[in-house]
Design a protein around this ligand. Structure first.
Ligand code: AMP
Length: 441
């Protein structure tokens, strides 16, 4: 089957030719006629399966030129990186069409985005909070929307965007088509969709689309942080000069620490990206990784989700991912669109249960590679790795994982305040002591 077998429009065929895409992926082929029929659709597909094109092709096919400045197609995605990526895919696909597309996301100036929206758009791509804010402020009219895509709805919900989604739904007209994509159909996702979609048709990316088939997965047993650092250094030095390596670390603090440790060995070819870095820095780093200027990119989960960089040859899990779904997401960065990839996971003793969960989920055991004999592991433990002496009643703070929410900055102290009810009686008692009881006469 080729794209010519799908009932697309000529400008889309031409754009696909320019991109060099000939064969639709399973989700693209299976989903096309369903979405073209106008029915609500649920696509079960992970990143790397071609899901973005799977909804963009029918959306662009059904799009009709209109003088109306308000968007006809609304695409909601969980992260800013994904906004940029989807906008760029729309631009590439619509090279031969007269479609105006724009992206909006939090953490950037709202007035600039509002004036872009007011100038008129056919397709709007955005994160839920910012779309909601623009709709509430009146800059964005959603009553002409015909197609609503919610991409990575599982991730959107787990990032806590349910209220924003519901508020967006309030602004939508009664007649519209939903196209919702999710990596897995969890109970939470199904229940949520049940309330809004009308007799949705389910389409799935083939199991063959799962990254496991195209990815060579191995593990290394590594005891501690410093040993992981030396092994990583060694593995990077062993790979070919044109390889692109994405290194996953569980927390921002560890990502920074790792960067400092190996920066001197890979000057100018090492990058780092996490949510504490400024937006421009993030875009620039991803761009440099895409062009190959940066060969090794250290990243945390949340940020790496949206990264669509072609030709990532290696994914290295410096820390084992917290959940099997995250493992799939991470390794799915390599082996994309029919290319082969290598995924390496460092496993410490404490990671045994996470490893078991991943193996159960994948229905496959991780093959462990032994390090060469002359490689010596360090037995030095850094402060955060040392066993903690537990003092009853004292809480020990662990570094926070980054897949817990989309907040970009730490909240300011004034926003952290919790309202406490003022209790006059208690305050007076604290000031003057307990009132003396009147003696009975
Ligand atoms: P996605 O799953 O949408 O994140 O897509 C993964 C990557 O595959 C993106 O870089 C797409 O541009 C690319 N891609 C999507 N569809 C095809 C196709 N039919 N043939 C080749 N590459 C594709």
């Amino acid at each position: 089957m080729t794209f010519r077998d799908l009932n697309l429009k000529k400008p889309l065929w031409n754009a696909l030719d320019d991109l060099g895409y000939k064969t639709p992926t399973t989700i693209q082929a299976a989903g096309f006629n369903v979405m073209m029929s106008g029915k609500d659709t649920i696509g079960i597909a992970q990143t790397g399966t071609g899901k973005t094109l799977a909804y963009l092709l029918p959306c662009l096919c059904m799009w009709q030129f209109s003088k109306d400045p308000h968007p006809q197609i609304l695409i909601v995605v969980p992260t800013r990186e994904l906004v940029a990526q989807v906008v760029s895919e729309v631009e590439k696909l619509s090279t031969y069409m007269n479609v105006a597309v724009g992206g909006v996301y939090g953490g950037a100036n709202m007035n600039t985005q509002a004036s872009m929206v007011l100038q008129g758009l056919d397709i709007l791509v955005g994160t839920p909070g910012r779309i909601r804010d623009l709709a509430v402020s009146g800059s964005l009219q959603l009553k002409h929307v015909k197609k609503v895509v919610i991409d990575e709805v599982d991730e959107t919900l787990s990032l806590g965007f349910r209220p924003q989604l519901l508020q967006i739904f309030e602004f939508l007209p009664a007649k519209k088509q939903y196209m919702v994509f999710s990596a897995t159909l969890s109970e939470e996702v199904s229940l949520f969709l049940d309330d809004y979609l009308i007799s949705p048709v389910r389409v799935e990316a083939a199991r063959a689309g799962l990254p496991i088939d195209k990815i060579d997965q191995t593990g290394y047993r590594v005891p501690n942080f410093l040993s992981k650092v030396s092994l990583l250094r060694h593995l990077i030095q062993e790979t070919e000069a044109n390889s692109k390596i994405l290194v996953f670390v569980s927390t921002r603090a560890l990502a920074d620490l790792l960067f400092q440790e190996i920066e001197a060995d890979f000057t100018d070819t090492l990058g780092i990206i996490h949510s504490n870095k400024a937006q421009n820095f993030r875009f620039e780093t991803v761009h440099n990784f895409q062009t190959g200027a940066i060969r090794v990119l250290i990243a945390t989960d949340l940020i790496a989700r949206g990264i669509d960089v072609t030709d990532v040859s290696h994914v290295i899990n410096f820390d084992i991912p917290e959940s099997p779904e995250n493992y799939i997401h991470r390794i799915g960065r390599t082996g994309r669109a029919d290319k082969n990839g290598i995924a390496i996971t460092f496993v410490a003793e404490k990671d045994e249960s996470a490893l078991m969960a991943i193996q159960d989920f994948m229905k496959q055991k991780l093959v462990f590679t032994k390090v060469s004999e002359d490689f010596v592991f360090s037995d030095e433990l850094l402060e955060f790795e040392k066993p903690k002496i537990v003092i009853p009643g004292k809480e020990i703070k662990l570094p926070q994982r980054e897949n817990k929410g989309d907040s970009f900055h730490e909240k300011k102290a004034k926003n952290k305040k919790v309202n406490v009810r003022y209790d006059h009686k208690k305050a007076m008692q604290e000031k003057y002591g307990k009132p003396k009881k009147k003696r009975k006469k």
